[in-house]
Design a protein around this ligand. Structure first.
Ligand SMILES: C[S@@+](CC[C@H](N)C(=O)[O-])C[C@H]1O[C@@H](n2cnc3c(N)ncnc32)[C@H](O)[C@@H]1O
Length: 205
């Protein structure tokens, strides 16, 4: 089981956002896809707090999928499916058999700044296809706004990410908004979280 100290710190705030936005649907059984699940800590915590949601975790890396499997086994959660290999930069019809209009929720936590723009494009075009009407895409991370990154410590982070991989870095909020719009979603809410992180909630029209 991999352990991310950051996931241990931020899961509660993220879970509160999900509880808040999904509260009015808690009488229904919902289906949620997580893209770039990483260790699996988030999906397990969310499943424990939101029992009316069935969760499909996924990751591009085998070591992450193995970790998620280990968390499922250790916690005996019944509403988390076995993780699947899903590369969000691929067209949605290659997303491990996830079908059109099948998801109520898609979440991507700290994915967009650690992946290429092609991945961001894939997340939005995939969400446009696999979310049900009125479904929700939640992304969490740090963002540039109109090409500007503030405060300066976030500029440093952006530079460090680009040194690790020139395709990585803080995505621009307005570019993401355009991606969303082009795929039938709109930015509904932006929630300021701790340490300049933001939660973006996009609604499928
Ligand atoms: C910074 S980690 C975040 C993990 C987890 N969501 C968290 O917040 O703890 C980014 C994750 O995205 C995955 N990832 C990167 N590119 C991806 C892609 N194109 N499709 C799906 N997952 C991807 C990585 O393998 C990694 O697990």
């Amino acid at each position: 089981m991999l352990l991310s100290p950051q996931a241990e710190r931020n899961w509660e705030g993220l879970c509160e956002v999900l509880e808040d936005v999904l509260e009015d649907q808690s009488h229904k059984q919902l289906f949620a896809l997580e893209i770039g699940s990483g260790t699996g800590q988030h999906v397990i915590r969310f499943a424990q707090k939101l029992p009316f949601v069935t969760w499909q975790p996924s990751d591009i890396k085998e070591e992450c999928r193995d970790s998620i499997k280990a968390y499922i086994a250790a916690t005996h959660v019944k509403t988390v499916l076995q993780p699947v290999l899903l590369d969000a930069s691929e067209p949605w019809d290659k997303w491990a058999g996830v079908s059109r209009n099948s998801c109520d929720v898609i979440i991507a936590i700290n994915l967009l700044q650690y992946s290429s723009f092609k991945t961001a494009q894939g997340v939005f075009s995939g969400a446009g296809q696999i979310l049900k009407p009125n479904g929700l895409l939640m992304t969490y991370g740090m963002y540039a706004v109109n090409g500007i990154i503030t405060p300066s410590c976030n500029e440093v982070l952006d530079e460090e990410l680009k040194k690790l991989n020139p395709e990585w870095g803080l995505p621009d909020l307005d570019v993401l908004r355009q991606q969303a719009y082009g795929n039938g979603l709109r930015l509904e809410r932006m929630i300021e979280m701790e340490d300049y992180y933001k939660c973006l909630l996009f609604r499928k029209l």
